[in-house]
Ligand binder design. Structure first.
Ligand code: PLP
Length: 426
């Protein structure tokens, strides 16, 4: 199946007489006729469902659709994007280990890595993703286990050079993990550029309608864990909590995802509800139609804003002249990264707030990558505890407005921007 067909028909493949639409297996448990049949499942000797914290048929169908869309071999869904970020690293890192991450990542991921995972004894070094290969390489240590970045950073909008980062990671014998939330596999498949693991907050474009919070992890199956046997002992040596199973030996290319489910899902339990997976699947069925429209509308809005006297600056990698424009042309289908752009109003923080309060159709919400246009002002909302100076240090100008351009008629979007700009005192 081609990408567009996978969006519509991937995952659930009904047999004769079965429901055409993915059924919601809203059941915590599954019935067996012999004690031994269930025991074999617990030992991972047979595959089958027994308890929804580990696996559920609705969830698995949606995970396999996302894995296919990303060009991976296996996938698992999580109850949030945060859980996906945590599991993706924790699956191969333990106390005493270290990993490298781009500093241009989602704020929630930054906190998880910089504060919470440090409390677990896992150290991180943040790097400037635009630096040279030699400069980034300096952050790697003998105990480094992964390199993490975001295809398009939320909210900064910077674009990760995935091929460059994959080269650096592989030179140091570790996998590259990429958060592909903003681009989605419709616009960019990080695995095609050398990424090993891809994660998502499915809350955003994949769901697309702001109905559920969720996450996904996909493994390319390309990273050779056995080649670095001593670095990844959790995968290459027997797991005492599973009767001495060795994931790489028993599951080959499925090792990473199987360990993630068998260990992390078992012990931490961040499983999404089957109903949420059903809603996510409805979103995925139109992802290939929505993404190009988000991008076209964002480019129109970016070009419009650029021409306005009251607008101080516009950042969108799809705009000619943007520092990431050439990379965007190479890495994204159609050359456009997503439907999210950032801009500032002349007059700083106060003027930006006045502009946002004057919007009518475009809503102020703590959300992004939704079919409905929306805005957020990090200085007043997600980062409101910071002073203007601290904001600038974090790469977030006090006037920055994050604009998530929806799939409405672009004329209505531009009209709303126009009338709100008119209300801003020059
Ligand atoms: C929102 C977001 C997350 C966190 O996902 P949740 O589903 O909110 O837990 C992670 N990465 C990116 C890029 C995001 O935009």
């Amino acid at each position: 199946m081609k990408q567009d067909t996978l969006c519509v028909q991937g995952g659930w493949q009904p047999k004769n007489g079965e429901p055409r639409v993915l059924p919601i297996y809203q059941s915590t448990t599954f019935k067996y006729e012999s004690s031994d049949a269930m025991a074999r499942l617990f030992d991972l000797k047979d595959t089958g469902y027994f308890y929804t914290r580990l696996q559920n048929p609705t969830n698995d169908c949606v995970a396999s659709k996302i894995a296919a869309l990303e060009g991976g071999v296996a996938g698992v869904l999580t109850s949030s994007g945060q859980a996906a970020s945590f599991y993706s690293v924790f699956n191969i890192c333990e106390a005493g280990d270290h990993f490298v991450a781009s500093s241009s990542i989602y704020g929630g991921t930054f906190n998880l890595f910089a504060v919470t995972m440090k409390k677990l004894g896992i150290d991180v070094t943040f790097i400037d993703q635009d630096a040279s290969e030699a400069a980034i390489s300096k952050a790697f240590r003998p105990n480094t286990k992964a390199f993490f970045g975001e295809t398009v950073a939320n909210p900064a909008g910077s674009v990760l050079d995935i091929a460059k980062c994959a080269r650096i990671a592989h030179k140091h014998g570790v996998p590259l993990i990429v958060d592909n939330t903003f681009a989605t596999p419709v616009l960019c498949r990080p695995i095609d550029f050398g990424a090993d693991i891809v994660i998502h907050s499915t809350t955003k474009y994949m769901d697309g309608h702001a109905t559920q919070v969720g996450g996904a992890i996909v493994d390319s199956g390309n990273f050779d864990w056995e080649k670095h046997h001593d670095k990844f002992r959790g995968l290459t040596e027997p797991d005492a909590s599973y009767h001495g199973i060795t994931y790489t030996k028993q599951f080959g290319k499925g090792a990473y995802i199987t360990k993630c489910v068998a260990q992390l899902m078992r012990d931490f339990g961040s499983i999404p509800g089957p109903m949420n997976c059903f809603l996510l699947n409805l979103g995925l069925e139109t992802l290939h139609l929505r993404m190009p429209r988000h991008c076209q509308n964002a480019l129109k809005a970016a070009k419009f804003l650029q021409k306005q006297k009251k607008v101080a600056w516009v950042h969108y990698a799809g705009l000619p002249g943007n520092r990431y424009h050439a990379l965007a042309q190479k890495q994204f289908k159609g050359g456009l990264p997503c439907g999210v752009l950032t801009f500032g109003i002349k007059g700083g923080r106060e003027a930006s707030i006045q502009f946002m309060d004057s919007l009518k159709m475009i809503a102020i919400v703590t959300h992004v990558a939704d079919c409905r246009s929306c805005v957020l002002h990090p200085a007043s909302h997600t980062h409101r505890q910071l002073t203007d100076e601290q904001l600038r240090a974090a790469g977030i100008p006090p006037d920055l407005i994050r604009f998530s351009v929806g799939i409405e008629d672009p004329a209505d979007i531009l009209d709303d921007l126009k009338q709100a700009l008119a209300k801003v005192k020059a």
